[in-house]
Design a protein around this ligand. Structure first.
Ligand SMILES: C[S@@+](CC[C@H](N)C(=O)[O-])C[C@H]1O[C@@H](n2cnc3c(N)ncnc32)[C@H](O)[C@@H]1O
Length: 260
């Protein structure tokens, strides 16, 4: 169990999780298949609803013991299964937030018999009251217009104006398009901007981030560039190679070793 750090294992997370010692991970940050029928080169997103929820309960049961007592978890979901999966997690952890990721979908066409869905639902869960959370690392700078509007003497030197504001629970960040430099050939790649915020807030520098479902490797790339360690799994060998390439580009030193 000694060589699991900073590695992506190209295998089923449910098989591979035994590699990770219990209570060794600061943050589980994951974006599992949503069961919407996407093609990941496997059937993981095409299960019957009951099978999907049973599988979800199984991986949650296997993953949560890996967290440290003051660890946290972020999980990307959609409205379709978030209610059931949040209930599963609330049996074992405390829910700190529901974060809405507004994907900034342009207003063109859309659903005609219901409202167009333009957000993902993210659950933020914590293990204990003393969970790690570095607010200063993720404050958002006020824009120039706001700073100017607060230029009266009573505001000069105001700490809140200088340090920026606390992020809210609606995050408006464009989904990745072909023209974005970070875009890879993966159907549900998440923006680094979002993952960076979660890691900086909820994993201490040098700490360990675990993502059982790496996809194109966004969690690993973000952990590496934020100075954290990572470990994860991905079923599709082509995505494993993609992650390897991304990590090579992100740092001159080879940092991830793939299992054949
Ligand atoms: C929603 S995607 C993750 C996308 C990722 N967050 C990104 O930014 O690229 C889910 C991934 O989980 C992988 N997957 C599905 N079942 C798996 C399993 N049992 N073990 C490991 N990976 C799995 C799929 O192949 C898919 O690439």
């Amino acid at each position: 169990m000694s060589d699991w750090r900073n590695r992506i294992f190209c295998e089923d997370a449910l098989v591979g999780m035994a590699r990770i010692p219990d209570a060794s991970v600061d943050l589980i940050l994951t974006d599992p298949p949503y069961n919407l029928g996407k093609d990941y080169g496997n059937d993981s997103d095409k299960l019957a609803a009951d099978d999907y929820l049973r599988w979800t309960q199984t991986w949650i049961d296997a993953a949560l013991p890996k967290l440290k007592p003051n660890g946290s978890l972020y999980i990307f979901l959609t409205w379709r299964y978030a209610p059931e999966i949040f209930v599963m997690l609330k049996q074992r952890m405390t829910m700190a937030n529901e974060i809405i990721w507004d994907r900034r979908v342009p207003s063109m066409g859309g659903s005609t018999r219901r409202y167009s869905s333009v957000h993902d639902t993210i659950g933020f869960f914590v293990n204990a009251k003393d969970y790690y959370f570095d607010l200063d690392a993720i404050r958002i700078a006020y824009d120039a217009a706001t700073k100017k509007a607060r230029s009266r003497s009573i505001f000069v030197g105001a700490k809140w104006l200088e340090v920026g504001y606390n992020p809210k629970d609606v995050w408006s960040v464009s989904r990745l398009h072909r023209e974005h430099a970070e875009r890879e050939d993966h159907p549900t790649q998440k923006p680094l901007e979002i993952i960076d915020r979660m890691i900086k807030a909820s994993c201490p520098p040098g700490g360990m981030v675990f993502d059982p479902f790496m996809g194109s490797g966004t969690t690993a790339v973000s952990a590496q560039r934020c100075g954290r360690e990572f470990v994860g799994f991905e079923l599709n060998p082509a995505y494993c190679e993609m992650i390897h390439q991304r990590l090579q580009i992100a740092t001159p030193e080879p940092s991830a070793v793939l299992i054949e």
